[in-house]
Design a protein around this ligand. Sequence first.
Ligand code: HEM
Length: 407
Amino acid sequence: DRGLPPYSHELAWPEGLEPFKVVDDGSQGDPYAHYAWMRENAPVLRAHSPVSDVWFLSRFDDVRKAMRAPKVFSSQVVDPVPLTFLTLFDAPNHTRLRQVVAQAFTPKAIARFEDRIRDNANLYLDRMIARGGGDAVDDYAIPLSMSTISALLDVPAADFEKMKFWSDETFSYFGRLARNAPGTGTDEQSTFEFFAYLQDTMERLYAEANESVGGHIARMWKEGLLSEKEAKELCAFVFVAGHDTTTILLANAFRMYSEQPDLLARIRQSPEDANLFVEELARYRGTVQRVSRITTEEVEVAGVTIPKGAIVRLLPAAANRDSAKYPDGEQFDIDRDTSGHLGFGHGVHACLGAPLARLETRVTVELLAARLGSLALDPHQSIEYVRGNNLTNSGPEHLHVVLEKSN
Ligand code: HEM
């Protein structure tokens, strides 16, 4: 270990902070205090995992640079890549697959969803307002994210529950593969059931000449640009990449209104500022905490030498609060310049679904302001972060809120 920095558990963490863990077991559901300490004291942090060391980068410049250097910070953390998940591929395969999927994510294709998203969002909000509140995750964010992502594949509402189960299981399976963790539960079996369902769905979409994202992928398959395996796994990936991520961001929009209640009146008066809210939310309390890379050569970051073949987890949510880039980075301020934030990634792997996620969040931010007189967290409930063992995302599992409609 000569010349290598100490491990996370060997560092003198301040009182109240456990050493940072490779896999969050839920205790680090709100990891921002850890991030602040890491940026300051251990911008390249090394931790043990059962299979190898893992290195964490937390400063804005370091994370951004790594995202811009895919040859050194490869995405192919699992070799061979077992599933056609875009985030696990490097060029040239990544370039080919991404091009095919990207064609379905045109601004026009995304804009078509706005009315449907607004109608659904109003419906979920009607129910919450009628009851004086509820769980922003279960009663709003999950249904809105599920109904929207399901529209991308044009699956019937009757299948939503099944889809959500499969999608969560696939996410867990995917996370396990990405960290080389052994299989234990049922997630592998469910993942393959999901793929089979998606294959049937694609057959239907193709036969209907369906215009959805799923229909596009199905056509690419039938025209020979994608194999059958690639096509169904890409459909699953779009679903998995876009569901939980969006759910968390939507729930966090409720949370920010509860923390800064004046914003309700501000957005009600100036709905065009909803976009500012969305970008600041994605910077300040975004969803994606960790994205994985593997070094293809020895590389120096912030004066520390990371060896070749090291698993590196970039922490975009930590980078986004770096005051070297965003002054007073720990403050939520919708009037700040948020440009360049890494909440949707950066570089060749930048999020393809970001326009859709932004649209859902903007509609939510607008509607909450237009319809609510007040929004507060339920004082009798605390925020639960039980996304234990989730490699990528962090956010509330439940967020109980009390709502009053505007006069
Ligand atoms: C990739 C974040 C919603 C589809 C990514 C990456 C991030 C991200 C950080 C980069 C991963 C990396 O560099 O390894 C988010 C957040 C979302 C969101 C925070 C919601 C708030 C969506 C939605 C979709 C989607 C709604 C699809 C409908 C994708 C795809 C990629 C991706 C296909 C892979 C791109 C590639 O590897 O080339 N996302 N995402 N995402 N996201 Fe999203």
